[in-house]
Design a binder for this molecule. Sequence first.
Ligand code: FAD
Length: 376
Amino acid sequence: MSTMISVDEFQAEAREWIAANKPHAPRDYGAICPPDLVEHGLDWHRRLHANGYAGIHWPEEYGGRGLTPDHNAAWGYECAVAGVPAIFNMVGLVLAGQAVQKFGTPEQKALHLRATLDTTHVWCQLFSEPGAGSDLGGLTTKAERDGDHFVVNGQKVWCSGGRYSNWGILMARTDPDAQGLARKHDGISFFLCPMDLPGIEVRPLKQMTGEAEFDEVFFTDVQLPADCLLGPLHGGWGVGMAVLTNERGHIGTSVIGLERRLESMAKLAEGRELTAQQRQRLVQLISKGTAYKAMAQRQGPIASTAASLLKLGITEMMFESAMLRADIAGPDAMLDGPEAFGMLQAPGGRIAGGTSQVQRNIIGERLLGLPREPKG
Ligand SMILES: Cc1cc2nc3c(=O)[nH]c(=O)nc-3n(C[C@H](O)[C@H](O)[C@H](O)COP(=O)(O)OP(=O)(O)OC[C@H]3O[C@@H](n4cnc5c(N)ncnc54)[C@H](O)[C@@H]3O)c2cc1C
């Protein structure tokens, strides 16, 4: 029986491999690859896959390396320290891949898991709608059963990477009668949707950084094969919530990236006269960063309700750090360059994967046991 490589040994091996291969890596784009880096990101991911660094903690039967979440976290750490992307398709490997492992039929696992690891299938997330973001249970995109397929009509929005994805995880309403306040979560189903079906139209959305990383996705009489349903009919809420918890957990583990940001901010302050107030803000941020790092290490790499604590803390801190960075850089930061870009990009982190206010509600209700917020 072969023994598993220890986390320390694996980490040392990964560090060496990254150092040797770093010249091939695109710049570190975080969780979602922007459209202009897709080819480079795909090349990088294929290199990771060929060398056993994609699906590190996925079972070997699905094409993974069969190691533990701790090994995977060590990989994320080494990539963050080296400033290279750890993954090309977060939605595929973290959200869709884990949902298929947990809820998929043997056929769905065979179709998607290896193909997701090697990026034959690149995924986007089709959850939010113009009238349903925080209140995802209010979504109105419909999927009506008609023989061996569902007919999908509706609109999704804020879909990261929609243009370059060939599959999407889609939440749609399959039971139009379950719309009352008490029951609305019951009538939703979760689908694995090919993005090339006739009737799907993807339109880029320009954001305030000047980039267009998101898309609106329109569905008009799309015939979605019935075997694209993942998990129980009308029971997609549970699948979606498992996916969102994984997403928050993933955002929360970006604590390492934050540590690097704080280090680079401390360097920005070198050789400058900081005001007492700026010094104090900087020290506060570094202290918070250290506390969140300790919390992330205690939580471990498995996502849970506590993922909301880290998601909230870290994205709020990234926002504050972008503001301080701009403040230290002075009036030039209002014009152009990395500080201006950081300021315009930082608010998105407080919204993606569930807003800060929503995380506070979750923490209040589920961790602190406060009364639930009134509905209606
Ligand atoms: C960078 C980024 C990437 C994203 N990628 C995707 C993606 O790939 N796929 C996808 O489906 N979606 C994606 N989204 C969308 C994201 O999930 C939604 O924007 C988010 O859930 C908030 O929904 P909303 O924009 O409709 O805001 P709303 O829900 O309308 O919220 C508006 C404001 O009201 C507050 N609010 C709402 N409800 C409550 C409440 N109960 N208590 C207190 N305050 C409340 C919110 O905090 C917010 O400040 C992305 C968003 C961003 C910023």
